[in-house]
Write a protein that binds this ligand. Structure first.
Ligand code: F6R
Ligand code: MG
Ligand code: MG
Length: 372
C-alpha cells in the first residue's frame, strides 16, 4: 500500500519581526497535530525555518487529502490564536481565507506531497527555505538531476542515466496550473532555457524515467499572486527521495555550496545569496539572508526516524562564510541595479505608484530646427 509524505508550512507569526516563531507557537502546532493526527496521520514532525512552521506528516490518504490538509489548517489556526495572545508579528499571516475549503492549496500555506510504493529502505530529504521563493530550487535541481558535472550518477549508474522528467510550472499564470513536461538529457537545453527565469518558471516535480517514480515535489504556488497583495515571499518547501534509482543524498546537497543568488531578503525585493543553515535557524541580516535547511530522514511503513541535520555539518561553515561575504558585497550597492529585483517582482508597490506620478512630470524637449 502506498505511503504519502505531506509537508505543509505556513508563517502564522513570529517574535521580533519576521524572524522566528515563539517556542509556544511551535509547541501549540505540534500538540494540535499530535492530538488530532492519529489514526489518519501515522507519524509527524514539526520544525521551523526562519518564520515558517512546517508540519511533516506520513499517511496513506494520497496527495491533496482534505482530512490531512484540514488537520494542518486547524493546527495553524490554533497557532494563530497563540500568536495573537503573545503579540507576535504577522499573526495568521499566511492563512488567507476565512474558512477551510477542502485543500490548503491556494489558501496561503505551501504544500509539497510525494506518494510512492515504499522501497525496502526509504531515505528522503526535506528542504525548507525562508525569505525567498520556489524558484530558489531551480538551479540546485537542474544540477542534481541533469548535469553530470554535479551528479556522477548520471553517467555511472545505469538507471539514473536513463534520465529524469521535469514538470515545470509557469507561476505567472494565475487562472490555473500552466505546466510543461520536458525530459533530460535530450531536452536539457530547453529545461535550462526555462529554469534560468526562476521568477516565472519553477520546477514542480521530477520523475525517474527508468521506473516512473516521483523523486521531487516542490511547493510551487505564489502567495502574492493568490492574495493579489503583498503577503511575503512564498518561502518554499521541497521533498526529495534519494539513493538507488535517484541521485544520492550528496549529489542533491552539493549544489547548495554555490550560495547562488535568489529573489528575496528584505521586503522580498532583493537579490541575495542562499545560505544553507542548520534546522530551526532564524533570520537576521537584512531580513535574510535567504536561508535553506535540510533534514535527512528514513521512513518505514509511515514511521519516521529522527531527522539528521544536513547543513549542520562542519563542511558548511566555510560555505556560510562565503555566502555572508557575497551578501555584504551585494548590499554595498543598496537598491542600484542587480541588488534589487526588477519592478515586476517587487512586493511593495509604493515605488510603482511614485514612478507613475513622476512619469507625468516628464517633458519631451522640443527639437531645434537648426543651429543658431
Ligand atoms: C520579506 C519579509 C520582511 C518584511 C519586512 C517588512 O519576505 O518578510 O523582509 O518585508 O520586515 O515587514 P512589514 O511590511 O510587515 O513591516
Ligand atoms: Mg513572515
Ligand atoms: Mg517566511
Amino acid at each position: 500500500m502506498k505511503i504519502t509524505l505531506s509537508v505543509i508550512k505556513a508563517d502564522v507569526g513570529s517574535i521580533g519581526g519576521h524572524i522566528a516563531p515563539s517556542r509556544r507557537l511551535v509547541e501549540t502546532v505540534a500538540q494540535h497535530v499530535g492530538r488530532n493526527g492519529p489514526p489518519l496521520v501515522i507519524d509527524t514532525q514539526i520544525s521551523h525555518t526562519g518564520d515558517d512552521i512546517a508540519i511533516l506528516m506520513t499517511h496513506r490518504q494520497g496527495a491533496g487529502d482534505p482530512g490531512i490538509h484540514k488537520l494542518a489548517w486547524d493546527a495553524f489556526l490554533a497557532g494563530t490564536a497563540v500568536a495573537k495572545e503573545q503579540g507576535l508579528y504577522g499573526a495568521g499571516q499566511d492563512l488567507l481565507r476565512d474558512a477551510f475549503s477542502g485543500n490548503v492549496k491556494g489558501m496561503g500555506p505551501a504544500v509539497a506531497e510525494l506518494e510512492f510504493e515504499e522501497r525496502p529502505n526509504e531515505p528522503f530529504l526535506f528542504f525548507a527555505a525562508d525569505k525567498t521563493d520556489p524558484g530558489a530550487f531551480n538551479l540546485p535541481l537542474y544540477l542534481a538531476f541533469a548535469d553530470p558535472m554535479n551528479t556522477p550518477g548520471l553517467i555511472l549508474s545505469p538507471n539514473i542515466s536513463k534520465g529524469f522528467r521535469f514538470v515545470i510550472m509557469d507561476v505567472n499564470h494565475t487562472e490555473g496550473d500552466r505546466v510543461i513536461e520536458l525530459v533530460a538529457p535530450e531536452q536539457s537545453y530547453d529545461i535550462a532555457t526555462l529554469l534560468r527565469d526562476s521568477e516565472r518558471y519553477v520546477v514542480e516535480s521530477i520523475w525517474s524515467r527508468a521506473t516512473g517514480d516521483q523523486a521531487v515535489a516542490v511547493a510551487t504556488s505564489r502567495l502574492h499572486n493568490i492574495a493579489g497583495k503583498y503577503t511575503g515571499k512564498d518561502d518554499p518547501v521541497m521533498l526529495v527521495r534519494v539513493q538507488m534509482n535517484f541521485p544520492a543524498t550528496g549529489e542533491i546537497l552539493a549544489p547548495y555550496s554555490i550560495g547562488h543568488f535568489v529573489a528575496g531578503g528584505m521586503r522580498g525585493s532583493h537579490q541575495m545569496p542562499l545560505m544553507p543553515v542548520p534546522l530551526n535557524t532564524g533570520i537576521s541580516y537584512f531580513d535574510g539572508p535567504p536561508i535553506v535547511s535540510c533534514a535527512a530522514l528514513a521512513e518505514h511503513q509511515g514511521k519516521l526516524t529522527e531527522p539528521l541535520d544536513c547543513f549542520a555539518h562542519p563542511f558548511w561553515n566555510t560555505v556560510r562564510d562565503r555566502v555572508a561575504g557575497k551578501a555584504i558585497e551585494m548590499r554595498r550597492q543598496g537598491f542600484f541595479g542587480a541588488a534589487m529585483l526588477p519592478m515586476s517582482e517587487l512586493e511593495y508597490t509604493g515605488i510603482v505608484e511614485e514612478l507613475g506620478s513622476l512619469d507625468k512630470r516628464f517633458v519631451v524637449r522640443p527639437e531645434r530646427s537648426g543651429r543658431a
